[in-house]
Design a protein. Structure first.
Length: 446
C-alpha cells in the first residue's frame, strides 16, 4: 500500500528556479506531498526621476518611504514507483497585484467567456515531471527551460534575492519607467517560464548535463482554448493572425536548448554553461490600413506591420565557488529585446553582461551585482533620427543578509539603476531616468 507523507523541502534561496531532481528523495512506492512557501516584507527609502510628475491635471508626488511584501506557495508532490520511476507535479502560486487602495488585495474584477472573477492569487509555474536520475527527466506544463535552468553566473542570492526583477522584491516598489526591471539579464522571466512546453533534462555524464525544450505557442494553462470554435485572435494555436495587436507579440515554435559543465576539485566548484533560444513571431495576414490604424505601421511591405525578426538569443555564463566566495559572469546577445520580446526589423541586436560576487561566512552573506544592458528598447525604424537606436540600462546592488535560522533571514541592500534612450516616450525629455533605494526586510521560507 502506498503511503501518504507530508514533508517540507529545503529552503529556497532564490525562489522559483527548480532543479531537475525531485524536491526530496522519495522511497519506492511512496508519495511525498509538500506545501512549501515564501513570505517577504521590506521597508524602503527611495528616490527617482518620477518622484514628482507634473501634467496638465497638476502635480503628483510619491512618498519616498514605502513598504511592500509578497507571499508565494509551492504545493506539489513527488512520488516513486516500485520499479524506481520518479514522477510528480510542482506549482508556484503568488499573491496578485491590484491598484492602490485602503487595505484591499483583491485584484481587479475580470470577465472571461461570461465568467466573472476577482483574482487574489495567480499561478506562475505549474508542471508535471517523470523520469529517473540515470535517464533524465521530462517536464510538461508551465515551467523553466534551458535559458533559466542553465543560467550560470547571474548572482543575486543576497539581499531580497530578487535583484532588479519586478516579481515582489524591492524593485516592485520603484517607479517602472525609472527602473531597469525588464532587461534580458534574467532568464527566469514569466515571458519564458509562464508558457506550456515540453522540457527534457538530461542526467549528468562526466560533468556535462543538458536541457532542451519545445514550445508550440506562447500560451499558458487554460489560455486560448476555452470555447475555441474558430481561428480568432483569442485562439491559442494561431500561426497567423489578422489582428494588428498580435504583430510581434506572440511566439510560435520556440526551441530552447543548452549545455552545462561543472567540476568540483580541491574545494573549488566551477560551472560553465551555454544556451540558445530560437522563436518565430506569428505572421500578420491583415490589411495595411488596419495595422496603421492600430499604430503598428506604416508597413515595410504590403503586409506584416513593421516586421519583426525571429528571436535568436545566445547565453554564455561561468562561475567559481571557493571558501565561501562565489564569483560569476554572464553574457546574453542576439536578436532579442527587453522582456524577451521580438526586435523590429532594422533595430539593433542585444548585448547584455552581468557580474556578481557573494561571500558567505557563518550566518552572514555579503554580495554585490552589476549589469549593463544594451537593447533596441522602444526603437522604431520608421522613426529614424527621432529616437536613439539603443536603450542602455545598468544597475548596481550591494547588500547583506543575516541568517537567523534555516527558515528566516534579515537583509539590508542598496540599489541604483539608470536608463537612457533619447526619444523614448517612457523616459524624461532628455531620455534619461534613474532610481535608487535603500531597503531592509525579512524573508521567511518553509
Amino acid at each position: 500500500m502506498r503511503k501518504l507523507l507530508m514533508a517540507a523541502a529545503a529552503p529556497l534561496l532564490a525562489a522559483g528556479v527548480a532543479n531537475a531532481q525531485p524536491v526530496k528523495e522519495v522511497p519506492a512506492g511512496t508519495i511525498v506531498v509538500h506545501m512549501n512557501g515564501r513570505f517577504q516584507f521590506e521597508v524602503a527609502d527611495f528616490g527617482s526621476t518620477y518622484n514628482s510628475v507634473t501634467t496638465a491635471a497638476g502635480t503628483s508626488k510619491l512618498n519616498s518611504v514605502t513598504d511592500d511584501g509578497e507571499l508565494r506557495l509551492y504545493p506539489g508532490f513527488d512520488a516513486k514507483t516500485l520499479s524506481g520511476l520518479d514522477y510528480g507535479a510542482q506549482t508556484e502560486i503568488r499573491t496578485g497585484f491590484s491598484d492602490a487602495g485602503v487595505g484591499q488585495n483583491g485584484g481587479k474584477p475580470t470577465t472571461v467567456n461570461g465568467n466573472s472573477s476577482q483574482d487574489t492569487i495567480y499561478v506562475r509555474r505549474a508542471y508535471g515531471y517523470i523520469g529517473t536520475k540515470n535517464y533524465g527527466f521530462l517536464r510538461f506544463g508551465q515551467t523553466d527551460a534551458a535559458t533559466s535552468l542553465l543560467e550560470v553566473g547571474v548572482i543575486y542570492n543576497f539581499g531580497d534575492g530578487d535583484g532588479w526583477k519586478n516579481r515582489g522584491g524591492v524593485a516592485t516598489t520603484l517607479p517602472t519607467y525609472a527602473s531597469p526591471i525588464n532587461t534580458i539579464v534574467w532568464g527566469d522571466q514569466v515571458a519564458l517560464y509562464g508558457t506550456n512546453k515540453l522540457v527534457y533534462i538530461s542526467p549528468k555524464v562526466y560533468g556535462f548535463s543538458g536541457v532542451v525544450s519545445y514550445e508550440p505557442n506562447s500560451n499558458g494553462l487554460n489560455e486560448g482554448y476555452y470555447n475555441n470554435t474558430s481561428a480568432t485572435s483569442t485562439s491559442a494555436e494561431l500561426s497567423s493572425s489578422t489582428s494588428p495587436t498580435d504583430i510581434g507579440s506572440r511566439r510560435k515554435n520556440t526551441v530552447d536548448a543548452g549545455l552545462e559543465y561543472s567540476l568540483k576539485q580541491g574545494g573549488v566548484l566551477s560551472k560553465l554553461a551555454v544556451t540558445y533560444l530560437h522563436s518565430a513571431p506569428i505572421n500578420y495576414t491583415g490589411t495595411s490600413a488596419a495595422a496603421v490604424t492600430a499604430g503598428v505601421g506604416p508597413l515595410e511591405t504590403s503586409k506584416g506591420g513593421r516586421g519583426y525578426s525571429d528571436m535568436n538569443a545566445y547565453q554564455f555564463g561561468t562561475q567559481v565557488s571557493y571558501a565561501g566566495f562565489t564569483l560569476g559572469g554572464n553574457i546574453k546577445i542576439g536578436q532579442v529585446n527587453d522582456s524577451y520580446a521580438f526586435v523590429p526589423k532594422g533595430a539593433r541586436s542585444a548585448f547584455v553582461y552581468d557580474l556578481g560576487l557573494t561571500y558567505t561566512v557563518g550566518p552572514y552573506v555579503i554580495g554585490a551585482n552589476y549589469f549593463d544592458s544594451q537593447t533596441a528598447g522602444s526603437y522604431d525604424p520608421t522613426k529614424y533620427r527621432k529616437e536613439a537606436r539603443t536603450l542602455n540600462e545598468n544597475g548596481v546592488i550591494v547588500g547583506g543578509n543575516y541568517i537567523v535560522g534555516k527558515d528566516m533571514d534579515l537583509f539590508l541592500q542598496y540599489m541604483y539603476g539608470h536608463r537612457h534612450q533619447y526619444g523614448n516616450s517612457q523616459l524624461s525629455a532628455t531620455g534619461n531616468a534613474q532610481t535608487q533605494a535603500v531597503a531592509m526586510g525579512a524573508t521567511l521560507k518553509w
